[in-house]
Design a protein around this ligand. Sequence first.
Ligand SMILES: Cc1cc2nc3c(=O)[nH]c(=O)nc-3n(C[C@H](O)[C@H](O)[C@H](O)COP(=O)(O)OP(=O)(O)OC[C@H]3O[C@@H](n4cnc5c(N)ncnc54)[C@H](O)[C@@H]3O)c2cc1C
Length: 487
Amino acid sequence: VNTIVQSFLLENKINFATNEGQLSTDFQKLNPVITVFPADFFELEKTIKILSANKIKFHVVSKGHNWGYGDKNSKLICTCSIDLRKMNKIIRYDQALGTLEIEPGVTQKQIYLYLNELKSPWCLDITGADSNSSIVGNYLERGFGHTFYGDHEDKGKILEAITPQGKVFNPHFIFSNESRVRGLYQHDLSLNLEKIFYQTNFAIVTKFLVKLKPRNQKTILAVVLNKNATSEFELIQKISHLKMHEVVNSIPHIANFERVNKVSEVSVKTKFKYAATIDISGTKELACLRKKLISKTFAKDKVYFFTKANLFVLEKLISWRFIPAVYKENFQNVKSLFDLIDGIPTDYFVKNSLGADFMQNPKKSLWIAPLFPISEEAFLRLKAILEEVTLKYNFNLATTVSLISDRLAVCVADITLNSNDEKSLQLGLTCYQELVERLFKEGFPLYRMGYAHSEMPKNSEYFVEIYKSIKNIFDPDDLLSPGRWLK
Ligand SMILES: Cc1cc2nc3c(=O)[nH]c(=O)nc-3n(C[C@H](O)[C@H](O)[C@H](O)COP(=O)(O)OP(=O)(O)OC[C@H]3O[C@@H](n4cnc5c(N)ncnc54)[C@H](O)[C@@H]3O)c2cc1C
């Protein structure tokens, strides 16, 4: 197989490399595939056609920075991978509507620099992933950020895709090729085909529209610190009420201090158990009103409000030599988070979680991200399962609860290994598999799964039949990311 692909690629002067010897966050060994780096759509199309003609199974990534979800790894059955990092054009910017049409290789950093250069009134909702992560991979995986543009599936639209057989189509407004509102209307007329390409790997997305967020007139990051181990749910519920009443419209995150320490360079010792971080930015009037209401809601807790002005002063203060390292670290942590909500990407969180050389040698790490309804019974049950299983395998439980809607949240935990030996890998994998099984069984589905581990529990034969029929339309030979969602 490799010889066929290699000679075709050489003949057509298409860039490729083998990934042998490289490392990934995945607990399973990196599948030694040939990775193709098409420079443009035509090279991609040619590559797909040759793979399809030779029935070669392949995976696709935009940048492959899917840390904690297996990043660029694929199942052993794939012998090839297409990495779209070179297809990184910003195709069109609409200043009036605040939209960008992009290719899959475009990164968070690229958009930040582009909009900054134009002094654009728009910015991107940034994630905690590194600045060179893609937009398209993240949005297709239903990633989320921190601001009111944080629900990424909701803020993007697939404009063009190519099937593993090489057929090109526009999934949004499929009945109206000339549509002026392609990518803008949240629904469709009749069939909304676009929706079926998120987390399915039915086709390869080649053009994407991102809705940009109006730049904040006033950026305020509220941080609520909570001392009491038993009141995590109370904190979640109060924030959920603020969301229901639209006092808060962003995606607030509540981290325990195990999580805060995992993403910090220096361990933070504190009497507090949880830190809630809430983006309350917007127009001056709205941000100030939100600040007032948050102060009132959390009158019994410690609440800090960070703005550009007070961070500027703090930065001067903490630069003094005699200030302890832990305060400097607290500042770095808050500043990096503040930058995110202000549209500035950072490598800070990934570096601290996966190691400074995360591009070459990332720590082995798997995210586990169950969804739960905001009810005390459900939350306590979920926490009990996570604690019981991680304790059994001797992993510490670092969690973030993110309120991605007013009635539902996701609890993101991770299993990160300190050593890459076979025994640790096996232990980590067993712990992950036991968690997945328990969580699904007790009604807490994950919002996202990595490729190597992504088999859905098959509790409905009819679902499998429907799924396979749809896949069969786009990919009758099951060439693209086989086994990504179903065996
Ligand atoms: C410390 C830390 C913080 C993080 N914070 C966040 C966060 O705040 N929010 C968040 O969402 N994630 C977060 N992540 C997870 C992850 O790193 C990001 O989601 C990242 O953006 C995904 O990598 P990527 O964009 O390069 O996507 P890729 O790895 O390129 O793609 C992801 C998957 O999408 C599919 N895909 C990609 N491109 C295409 C295409 N063109 N056509 C069809 N299918 C495609 C493939 O199945 C691929 O495996 C974090 C990770 C770490 C370690």
